[in-house]
Each structure stands twice: as C-alpha cells, then as structure tokens.
Design a protein around this ligand. Structure first.
Ligand SMILES: *Cc1c(COP(=O)(O)O)cnc(C)c1O
Length: 218
C-alpha cells in the first residue's frame, strides 16, 4: 500500500504547479481489488474511493461503510439507466454522465430520494468511437441542457486515448470547463496524474499506483 507515496507525489506536483494540495481530491480506485488491499487503505485513514460498476460497489461497500465512518464513493464507469436508483443511493458523485436521457433519470430519482450526487460530465476528448463521453463539439450544449434540469454539475471528466500524450487532452478539458464556468476537472490516473495536476485537475482517479496491479479487468 503506497498511499503515502502517492500523497507525496501529489504534494510535489502541486508545488511545481504553484497549487495547494488542498485543491486536489484523491479518488482511490478500488475496482476489482482484493478486500485486504482496500481495508489497508481505509485503515490508513483514506475515505474517498472510486468504483466502475454499481453492482460491484453494492456488493462490498455497504459493509465497509458500517465499519468506517465518512466514506465517499465516486462512480467512474458507464451507468445504465436501470442502475440509476442504486447509483444515486450509494454514490456521492457520478463521473460518467454522457447523455441527456441518463441526466433526466438522475434528476427524477434524485427528486424521489431527496439527494442528488455531484455530477461530472464525461467528454470523449479523443473522439474515439468505442469510448463513452460526449463529443468535444457537443459539450457546451450538453452542459446547458443538464443545468436546465436543475442538476448539480460539478465539472467535466475525461479519459485520454491510451496511446496519446494526455497533456493536450487535459488542456482541452480545462478550456471547456472554463468557458462553461465549471470548476471541477476529473482527470489523471496512475500513469498521468502529475500531468493532470499541472493542467488544473481537481479530482484525480488513482487505482493501481495505490493498490497494485489489478488481477482482473475492471
Ligand atoms: C480504472 C480507472 C481508473 C484508475 O486507473 P489506474 O490506471 O489503475 O490508476 C481511473 N479512472 C477510470 C475511469 C477508470 O476506469
């Protein structure tokens, strides 16, 4: 478990960028990790975690949340409309909002439940056909439409193409957020979170660098 090592790398990246570490939310991505690795990070005092799948999170987090007070869960993976209710009930934030139908469903369920997670709108900055997210030229309209539903839009999220230099993608996301008056930037993973911090990330999503390599796909 190298949570402390990640925290010092965050501190160094912030110092280099003239930013305060208090501006960075570290989301420890615990998807498909063995339980003992996750409880080690909980025991170390960390409370903000990310998961990719609603069902997997439902299976393991309620018990941990009884043992460890103050856990905050972030949903990072694609969300199907039929999983919106458990997602709204379990997660503090959803980073994968990428279609209006989904946003409408979150708004409806949020009304029923009496609380709505913070929402990050996912942008497909590399315009990759297989990847989730709205196209770069649709972002402004999408932000406007989601805000019109009275939903709490916290910011934008991206996953740059695997083989690309992430820097220009992070710059693109930061530009889109700024021109839409959004302060949240969910960007940066194990391989590139320092670059993301230099480019203005507010939420970094770090899995394998904290927990070790995942043994199955997630
Ligand atoms: C798995 C995942 C991460 C964490 O990836 P690592 O490379 O292990 O840090 C971050 N964001 C999303 C959306 C993911 O699916």
């Amino acid at each position: 478990m190298s949570l402390a090592a990640i925290q010092s790398r965050i501190d160094a990246a912030c110092a280099a960028a003239g930013r305060s570490p208090a501006e960075i939310t570290l989301i420890a991505v615990s998807k498909v990790q063995p339980a003992d690795r996750v409880t080690a990070v909980l025991d170390a005092g960390h409370r903000i975690f990310g998961e990719n799948r609603v069902q997997e999170a439902q299976g393991k987090w309620p018990a941990w949340m009884e043992t460890y007070a103050g856990v905050e869960l972030h949903l990072l993976g694609p969300l199907q409309s039929n999983k919106v209710r458990p997602a709204v009930e379990l997660f503090h934030a959803i980073h994968s909002v990428d279609r209006l139908k989904l946003a409408r469903r979150i708004a409806d369920i949020g009304q029923e439940v009496g609380r709505t997670p913070d929402l990050f709108l996912q942008v497909n900055t590399g315009a990759e056909p297989q990847k989730a997210g709205v196209a770069p030229d649709e972002v402004d309209a999408f932000v406007r439409d989601v805000r019109a539903l009275d939903l709490p839009v916290a910011g934008l999220m991206c996953i740059p193409p695997a083989d690309a230099d992430p820097g220009p993608h992070f710059d693109m996301l930061a530009d889109m957020a700024a021109r839409n008056g959004l302060s949240g930037l969910s960007m940066g993973m194990s391989a590139d979170f320092e670059t993301a911090i230099a480019k203005g990330a507010t939420h970094i999503r770090v899995g394998s660098a904290i927990f070790g390599a995942r043994e199955t796909a997630g």
